[in-house]
Design a protein around this ligand. Structure first.
Ligand code: C5P
Length: 304
């Protein structure tokens, strides 16, 4: 048994995000198509006699708002494993963030998924896949997808994931995080409710995106991309609308707000187009990251 385990988990983009009017529990019914991209958070878990949590971040990530106390989702993941197995779950844990925080890319969910896998392996808990997915769903709507990766259909509040076939097509993205702070997911959902009073409980169907993904044609996928939260995010942050226009004028097939935002993602025809667009946006003084996908969900990168 290794006394140090590193697990890597990817960011997500919603290729389709259909949102219905709120349920009695306040959550919104979703029909979404998740895809994973090659932007990652790593969680390193090292054997230790007591719990400790540390944080490191890439230069383009502002992690100052990430709590390191019991409210961190990684601490919640450890408590959930402890409750399931009836044993203490302690370790020295470090999160290294490559996924922008509060950006609509599910960075916190990636941390939770990576922590579940890392702590399970470190402590040889042998949690079943079903239990891991169930605990993940309790931790947050996007956590199960961070375990699974690839492309997947998400229903319920997003936590019920059904893998979709992965074709040979590599999707090339330019990811533009906000440099003026994140957007709170609950605040964007609340604004969606204000803009859509009496919204149907039925989320808009993901059929067009599912078919475009199966065709392997990036142009068809670009035309089908859809985000019901985009109007709310752009209303809260009008600068996102002009950023989308800028990217689409410089070679992107399509730009959309990622999840609840404020990160904007541009789908490009190929690697050259993505690098070209990133260069233009960087010259404009923005952070612009090239990432491709789909990629694997939470996976070990060392130890066994
Ligand atoms: O599930 P998660 O903890 O990621 O959700 C964060 C917040 O986002 C929820 O408390 C809720 O306000 C909002 N949300 C929602 N409907 C969903 C998912 C999230 O209203 N399907």
């Amino acid at each position: 048994m290794s006394d140090r385990i590193t697990v890597r988990a990817p960011a997500k983009i919603n290729l389709h995000l259909g949102v219905g009017g709120p349920r009695d529990d306040g959550f919104h019914p979703l029909e979404t198509v998740y895809t994973s991209i090659g932007l990652y958070d790593d969680v390193v878990a090292t054997a230790a006699p007591a719990w400790s949590l540390g944080l490191d971040a890439a230069s383009y990530v502002d992690a100052s708002a990430v709590p390191l106390d019991d409210s961190n989702i990684v601490a919640a993941a450890a408590r959930a494993l402890s409750a399931l197995h009836g044993v203490p779950v302690v370790a020295d844990v470090t999160i290294t963030k490559g996924i922008p925080v509060a950006g609509g890319l599910a960075g916190g969910s990636a941390d939770a998924a990576a922590a579940l896998v890392a702590l399970d392996r470190l402590l040889a808990l042998e949690t079943s896949d079903d239990d891991l997915l169930r605990i993940a769903a309790e931790l947050g709507s996007d956590v199960p997808f961070a375990l699974v990766g690839g492309h997947a259909l998400g229903t319920g509040r997003g936590e019920v994931v059904t893998p979709l076939p992965v074709t040979d097509t590599v999707l090339w993205w330019v990811v533009v995080p906000s440099t003026s702070g994140g957007l709170s997911t609950p605040a964007v959902y609340r604004h969606f409710d204000a803009l859509n009073p009496g919204a149907s409980p039925e989320p808009s169907p993901a059929t067009a995106v599912v078919e475009a993904l199966a065709s392997g044609d990036a142009r068809a996928l670009a035309a089908a991309l859809h985000n019901d939260l985009q109007a709310a995010a752009v209303d809260l942050r009008p600068d996102l609308g002009s950023l989308i226009s800028l990217g689409e004028a410089h070679g992107a097939l399509r730009g959309i707000v990622s999840g609840s935002g404020p990160t904007v993602v541009f789908l490009c025809a190929d690697a050259d187009a993505a690098r070209g667009l990133a260069g233009v946006l960087q010259e404009d003084g923005r952070t612009a990251l090239v990432a491709n996908g789909p990629v694997a969900g939470a996976h070990l990168v060392n130890g066994l």
